[in-house]
Design a protein around this ligand. Structure first.
Ligand SMILES: C[S@@+](CC[C@H](N)C(=O)[O-])C[C@H]1O[C@@H](n2cnc3c(N)ncnc32)[C@H](O)[C@@H]1O
Length: 339
C-alpha cells in the first residue's frame, strides 16, 4: 500500500514528524519560524523548514494527505454571530485552515495544551471545530495523557483529529503499560547532584502518589521560600507552588516538561540522592530516541523539548487513524505492531 504524504506545520524540532514517519509517512513540507528549532530540525531530518507560515502561499505547498500541527493557542475576536472560517482570520490556526481548504488533505492531526478546550471560555475550541466543519471535515477532540502511551510523563494534551472520511474514534486508542522515570534514566553521568543541605525530603506520612497522574512529590529545594501568605504548618506547601523547586520520585511519573523551563530544573530523587534530569533524559521523557541530535544552547534544548510532543502518543493517534481508514498508514506499521 502506498503510504501517506504529510506536512509538518509549527514543526518545532519534529516530534510530530517522528510520529508520522513511524507510521510510514513521508514529509513533503515543513515550517518553523524559530531559527534555533529549525537548526535542530535540519540537523535531524536534513531539511531546513520554511520560515513564517503566514507568508507561505498555500498553492505553493506540495499536495499531501495529512497536516500535522501543534499550533500556538490564540484567542479569536468574534464580532457578530457568525462562526467558523472567517472568525479564524488573523490567527495562526487560520494558516492551517487556509492550507486545508486549498489542498484538501484527508486528515489533520492538531495538538495543543490541555486548557485549549476551556481557553477563552471554550470559544477558541468552538471556533476551531466550527471552522474545520465549515470546510467539510468531521472533527473529534479529546484530552489524552502521555502517561497512558508508554512515557513516564504526566502530560495532558488536547488532540484534534479532523477527517474527510469519517469521525476519528479516540476510544480505539491502544494504551500502554505505565512505566516510571527510572526506565528513562541514563546509567552514566555526569550528573548534577544537589547537596543534601540544599533540599528537604518530606516524611512518608506526607508523600502520596497522585492517583491519576502517578506523580510522587517527595520534597523541595530550600530556596525561594514564600514569606507572605503562608499559613502556619504549611511551610512545605508554600514551596510546592514553585515548580522548579519541587523534587519528584524517580520510581513514579514525572510532571510535564514545560516550554518555559529553560534551565531544565527538573529534580528527581533516585537511590536516596537528589539530582537533575539530564538533557537526554528529558528527551527520552518525550519519547525521542537517543539517535536524536540535541543541538544549540542548553536553554534552547530545554525549551525545544518542552515545546515538543510525546512522540509515542501521537504515533498511536496516527496508527489508530490508519486502522480507522482515515490515514493510509503503510503495511509495515501493522507488522511492527504485531511483532
Ligand atoms: C508548540 S510548538 C510545536 C512543537 C512541535 N510539535 C515539536 O514537536 O517540536 C509551536 C511552534 O510553532 C512555531 N511557530 C510560531 N509561529 C510560527 C509561524 N508564524 N510560522 C512557523 N512556525 C511558527 C514556534 O516557533 C514553535 O516552535
Amino acid at each position: 500500500m502506498q503510504s501517506f504524504k504529510f506536512i509538518d506545520l509549527f514543526a518545532g524540532i519534529g516530534g510530530m514528524r517522528q510520529a508520522a514517519e513511524m507510521n510510514g509517512g513521508t514529509c513533503v513540507f515543513s515550517s518553523e519560524i524559530n531559527r534555533e528549532a529549525a537548526a535542530t530540525y535540519e540537523a535531524n531530518f536534513g531539511e531546513r523548514p520554511y520560515g513564517d507560515i503566514t507568508r507561505a502561499d498555500e498553492n505553493d505547498i506540495p499536495d499531501h494527505d495529512v497536516i500535522f500541527g501543534g499550533f500556538p493557542c490564540q484567542p479569536f475576536s468574534i464580532c457578530g454571530f457568525k462562526r467558523g472560517f472567517e472568525d479564524a482570520r488573523g490567527t495562526l490556526f487560520f494558516d492551517i485552515l487556509r492550507i486545508a481548504k486549498a489542498k484538501r488533505p484527508s486528515c489533520l492531526v492538531l495538538e495543543n495544551v490541555k486548557h485549549f478546550a476551556s481557553h477563552d471560555k471554550g470559544n477558541t475550541l468552538r471556533v476551531v471545530v466550527a471552522a474545520l466543519e465549515e470546510i467539510g471535515y468531521s472533527v473529534a477532540v479529546e484530552v489524552i495523557n502521555a502517561v497512558d502511551f508508554g512515557l513516564p510523563q504526566n502530560r495532558d494534551r488536547t488532540i484534534i483529529v479532523a477527517s474527510l472520511n469519517g469521525t476519528f474514534d479516540f476510544g480505539k486508542l491502544v494504551q500502554s503499560e505505565r512505566v516510571t522515570v527510572a526506565s528513562v534514566l541514563e546509567s552514566n553521568g555526569p550528573f548534577e547532584y544537589v547537596d543534601p543541605a540544599e533540599y528537604t525530603l518530606l516524611g512518608d506520612d506526607v508523600v502520596k502518589v497522585q492517583k491519576q497522574s502517578g506523580l510522587r512529590f517527595v520534597g523541595y529545594r530550600n530556596r525561594n521560600l514564600r514569606k507572605v501568605g503562608v499559613r502556619e504548618g504549611t511551610e512545605h506547601l508554600s514551596r510546592v507552588h514553585k515548580q522548579p523547586n519541587r523534587i519528584y520520585c524517580a520510581t513514579a511519573t514525572h510532571p510535564t516538561l514545560a516550554a518555559g523551563e529553560s534551565s531544565g530544573r527538573y529534580w528527581i530523587l533516585i537511590d536516596g540522592v537528589v539530582r537533575k534530569l539530564t538533557q537526554r533524559e528529558c528527551y527520552r521523557l518525550q519519547g525521542f530516541p537517543d539517535s536524536f541530535e540535541i543541538s544549540g544552547s542548553a536553554t534552547a534544548a530545554y525549551r525545544q523539548i518542552g515545546n515538543s510532543v510525546p512522540v509515542p502518543m501521537i504515533a498511536e493517534v496516527v496508527r489508530a487513524a490508519g486502522e480507522q481508514g482515515l490515514i493510509a498508514v503503510s503495511d509495515g506499521v501493522e507488522a511492527r505492531r504485531a511483532a
